[in-house]
Write a new protein. Sequence first.
Length: 117
Amino acid sequence: VQLQASGGGLVQAGGSLRLSCAASGSIMFGVNVMGWYRQTPGKQRELVASSTSVGGRNYADFVKGRFTISRDNAKNTVYLQMDSLKPGDTAVYYCNARLFRSVIDYWGQGTLVTVSS
């Protein structure tokens, strides 16, 4: 299973970006959970938002009200709409997926989001 993420870049504080991540490969029983994590140097990777195949959504407190996660199950794709970005949101964002009937976590290559003040 491969995850291809895109959409990172440089934006000014208060701006918006939209990340996309598509899963492909041997997905026999479907994708259960898809989500986004982020990591900055010297810190552990942390959950930003996640989405289940039936529409359940979970957000980290630091993005509630600013970020929105959505999915297209037919395309095995997850999106992260990031609004009102802050310099503290600067990080490498990683897409994550877990398949049904599997305990393996799959990760995308990471996409850099830089928010300037």
